[in-house]
Design a protein around this ligand. Structure first.
Ligand SMILES: [Zn+2]
Length: 353
């Protein structure tokens, strides 16, 4: 079968491709495992990063793809919570044993967290084996109503957003600003709206992205310019108070500083996006934290409970998933997805193997 395989780190002057769509042997499940036929797998920002820069954490060769919806076509796991014929979405963090992170319900922070598409083959292929750990940890979630597979594939990225929201306590009186109008930023904006936020604004440096953002139920899409006029604009829109909640969904220390600046007194700020590993430090105006008593939280991957909540939301049909999927491509055209994502033309791209 055809699969998108990560082939290892790029080597300057020798090898620039890190991801190849090529023929691989059909996977065969062993005892305790299941075989899935993939219906949809959406492309993640981490796939793009892996494609451009490689990722030393991925054991090559490895089939990528971790945002999936599939049908069970073979079971060698009689104890599994799903059976042949069932449609499923999958939580892809497969913690091996009880440790501090798991005991606290924070699988994402477990010391040892093997993950689909890093340590096990993923879903950019027609078929994929669910590792025994995924079965015994009940990582598969049963689809019980007619829902498009590409909508349910969004449970993984939406779950990572809900992980950040689990510490932001967004409520009816809150004005929420999301910096970064990529797919995850817009998911944050939609979640804030669903949680009843009074006003939701989205900020980005890319006008193409802001045009897409206007399709969503938000109160304003604001262009961020080097003159920092967007800070003034946000102050005006929040009657001088600033934003109760600011979510930084773009990998930029300028945006992190913007967040601290535009946060209201007693505001909550989420540093949702990481900075590049090669430049992880930033000069921040920490007096904003001091004088405004800001709460700043980070967010990494997602807890199983976040995935479950995201799955339930998508399954209910109440989340505007259809607006997030802007492109559909066959597996052979996976490479076309990356420039579309970089230009801001695409939000989520669905691969149908
Ligand atoms: Zn993802």
């Amino acid at each position: 079968m055809k699969a998108a395989v990560y082939t290892g780190m790029p080597i300057p002057g020798q090898k620039s491709t890190t991801v190849e769509v090529r023929d691989v042997p059909e996977p065969a499940p062993k005892d305790g495992e299941l075989l899935l036929e993939i219906e949809a797998c959406t492309v993640c920002g981490t796939d793009l990063r892996t494609f451009r820069h490689g990722d030393p954490k991925i054991q090559a060769p490895r089939i990528l793809g971790h945002e999936l919806c599939a049908r069970v076509i073979e079971s060698r796991a009689p104890e599994a919570n799903v059976k042949v014929g069932d449609r499923v979405a999958m939580y892809t963090v497969l913690v091996e044993s009880a440790d501090r992170g798991t005991e606290r319900g924070r699988e994402n922070l477990a010391m040892n967290r093997p993950t689909l598409s890093y340590h096990y083959d993923g879903a950019f292929a027609r078929r994929m084996v669910v590792p025994a750990l995924g079965v015994s940890n009940q990582c598969l979630f049963l689809v019980t109503r007619e829902t498009l597979p590409e909508h349910l594939a969004l449970a993984e990225p939406l779950g990572s957003c809900l992980n950040a929201h689990s510490r932001l306590r967004i409520g009816l009186n809150d004005t929420v600003v999301v910096i970064g109008a990529g797919p995850l930023g817009l998911m944050h904006a939609c979640l804030a709206r669903l949680q009843g936020a009074r006003k939701v604004f989205v900020v980005d440096t890319n006008p193409v992205r802001l045009e897409l953002a206007e399709r969503f139920n938000i109160d304003g899409a604001i262009l961020s310019e080097s003159t920092a006029s967007h800070r003034e604009e946000l102050r005006r829109l929040t009657e001088g108070h600033g934003a109760d909640v600011v979510i930084v969904a773009t990998s930029s220390s300028v945006a992190q500083n913007d967040a601290l600046d535009i946060a209201a007194k007693a505001g909550r700020v989420s540093f949702f996006a990481e900075l590049p590993k090669t430049a992880p430090t930033a000069a921040l105006n920490v007096n904003h934290i001091h004088y405004k008593e800001l709460e700043i939280t980070g967010s990494y991957s997602e807890k199983k409970s976040d995935f479950q909540a995201a799955f339930a939301l998508l399954h209910s049909g109440r989340f505007p998933a259809e607006k997030l999927i802007t492109h559909r491509l066959p597996l052979e055209k996976l490479h076309d997805a990356f420039p579309l994502m970089e230009s801001g033309e695409a939000l989520k791209i669905c691969i149908t193997p």
